[in-house]
Unconditional design. Structure first.
Length: 408
């Protein structure tokens, strides 16, 4: 790569790991890592789990990846607390908040996602919280320490994890989910039903097919009004209704946008010397032939690394077996692959005991699998099966006596 300066916009896991990868790969030029938040790059997954579960008299673990000295030692210049407001591919420059222009030779856009906000009466009341950033996590933690009753809107991964964290702190928790089961879009209603049982067994008042009509309170949120006509008392509300790609700063840039920043299999955008990776990138998923935008930690880490290698002329088509995990109560949920649709679901194990795997097949091909409480060797065998787009016999998948490593 003949570039003299690489600018990376976005200082979360994707961007910060990409900067490290540049140095690990021997790049000797300038690296500027730009982050909208004032904090050093930090890890987001703990924010909904261990950060909230630490007791009132405990200090949560520091989620930052590295101390400031790490970036100085690796000659990574930090521009923190400075959002990028515009990108000019023709002039090869980005504009920072405040108006300063920053030139680049190669640019990586790793701006991630932003939370979706509810637009219902009372949604601006204090105590109606969202969780994306470290500042959000600090506000939520403070609220949990003062609350007795929490309402969580949305039973996706963030909502489910926060609900579990609130229960671990002794709060009464009500979860409202507009769909018929938690995570039913990703996992289907049958598997989602077992996750509903998991919440209820831990004392959560889970209300399905129920959305929020509004919030009510004097000075702070006191009640959540639902579409079923209920009014639920609350000291705090956490809204987790999904995210969307952070691309507003690209208006007028000319970059192709479609549910994120459109990139090819090596992370290249429609503009020369501009790459994108992580949550904000819409990329071609080779196994299914579909374009995806994925919002998980493992993808952000790997996609940023792949884009950097493409910058260095070492690129290869990005073709991972996607993976994500979620810790809820004492259970770790793992998901491998991607199944936008499936025509057969196979269960293995004991779902009623929260020790099972679910396999998602499309046209006989194993596209994805979800597991709770399964051995690591089984997870790795499933990863291999998905990676080679295997067509295992459904009966073998569902039979506890079948060695999945043998199938792989």
């Amino acid at each position: 790569m003949a570039a003299e300066r690489v600018v990376i916009v976005g200082a979360s896991v994707c961007g910060s790991h990409a900067a490290e990868t540049l140095r690990d790969e021997g790049w000797e030029g300038e690296i500027v890592l730009v982050g909208a938040e004032p904090h050093l790059p930090y890890d987001r997954p703990p924010l909904s789990k261990s950060y909230q579960q630490a007791g009132a008299d405990e200090e949560p673990d520091d989620p930052t990846f590295n101390p400031e000295s790490f970036y100085a030692d690796h000659r990574i210049e930090l521009e923190l607390g400075r959002a990028v407001t515009a990108v000019d591919p023709a002039g090869k420059a980005v504009t920072l908040a405040g108006g300063r222009s920053l030139r680049y030779d190669q640019l990586l856009l790793a701006t991630g996602s932003r939370v979706r906000h509810l637009a219902v009466p009372g949604s601006d009341l204090p105590g109606v919280l969202y969780l994306r950033t470290l500042d959000d996590a600090q506000r939520l933690r403070a609220a949990i320490g003062q609350a007795r009753r929490a309402v969580v809107v949305g039973a996706g991964f963030i909502g489910s994890e926060v609900a579990a964290s609130c229960r671990s702190r002794g709060l009464e928790v009500t979860v409202l989910e507009a769909l018929p089961a938690p995570l039913s879009r990703a996992l289907g209603s049958e598997v989602g039903g077992y996750l509903a049982d998991l919440h209820r067994q831990h004392g959560v008042d889970l209300r399905l097919s129920t959305a929020v009509a509004g919030f009510r309170g004097e000075g702070t949120v006191e009640q959540v009004l639902t579409t079923t006509g209920a009014a639920i008392d609350a000291d705090l509300v956490l809204v987790g209704v999904g995210v969307e790609a952070e691309t507003a700063y690209l208006a007028g840039s000319g970059l192709a946008l479609d549910n994120g920043i459109v990139v090819d299999a090596q992370g290249r955008t429609s503009a020369p010397d501009v790459y994108a990776a992580g949550d904000a990138a819409n990329w071609p998923h080779q196994p299914t032939g579909r374009r995806l935008r994925v919002e998980h930690w493992d993808h952000a880490w790997n996609h940023g690394e792949a884009a950097v290698r493409a910058m260095l002329g070492k690129g290869a088509p990005y073709d991972p077996v996607l993976y994500f995990w979620s810790d809820q109560y004492e259970i770790e949920i793992q998901y491998l692959g991607h199944a936008a649709g499936w025509d057969r679901l196979v269960l293995r194990g004991k779902p009623e005991e929260f020790n099972f795997a679910a396999f998602y097949l499309e046209g006989g091909v194993l596209r994805a699998a979800m597991s709770l409480g399964r051995p690591e060797a089984e997870t790795e065998a499933v990863r291999a099966l998905i990676g080679r787009q295997a067509r295992p016999a459904p009966a073998a998948l569902g039979d506890e006596g079948t060695d999945l490593a043998g199938l792989a």
